[in-house]
Design a protein around this ligand. Structure first.
Ligand code: ZN
Ligand code: ZN
Length: 143
């Protein structure tokens, strides 16, 4: 398991793993994640989350955050690679690595062409993956 012994923000060695309900805002909508395990620094208030915690937060995210604007969806009807019209939208959890450390993005939507097996990720998906990889990078930057 990921182990953090020094706060990446203030350098305090008092940072410790805690398990408690976390109140946070998700795009302006408050939500509570019960019994979440994460690291907290009592010196500066920094909180760090590992992929398991991120997954749990994602699961407790409000369904329809009020302020969330629906990004225009990219809909492909023809495969840009082979021209097949069998291309369809699907969803999969994304596992990637950032600076050599793994991270996880639940439910990324993308297009997949069954003819040439090409996969296409739109801007929304890319942005989402980038956001998660940055969070992961932050978490894992603490050795
Ligand atoms: Zn700190
Ligand atoms: Zn294709």
């Amino acid at each position: 398991m990921l182990k953090i012994t020094e706060c990446p923000t203030c350098g305090s060695d008092r940072i410790k793993r805690v398990c408690k309900s976390l109140r946070r805002e998700w795009k302006g909508t408050p939500c509570v994640v019960p019994r979440l395990s994460f690291w907290e620094c009592p010196a500066c208030g920094e909180q760090l989350f590992d992929p398991a915690a991120m997954r749990k937060m994602e699961a407790h995210r409000p369904r329809n955050p009020k302020t969330e604007k629906r990004a225009p969806r990219c809909v492909l009807t023809r495969c840009p690679s082979c021209g097949s019209n069998r291309i369809r939208r699907c969803q999969r959890d994304w596992r990637g690595t950032f600076k050599g450390k793994p991270y996880f993005v639940p439910g990324v939507e993308f297009h997949k062409c069954p003819t040439c097996r090409e996969e296409f990720f739109d801007r929304t998906a890319v942005r989402r993956i980038a956001a998660f990889s940055l969070i992961a990078g932050e978490v894992f930057s603490a050795k």
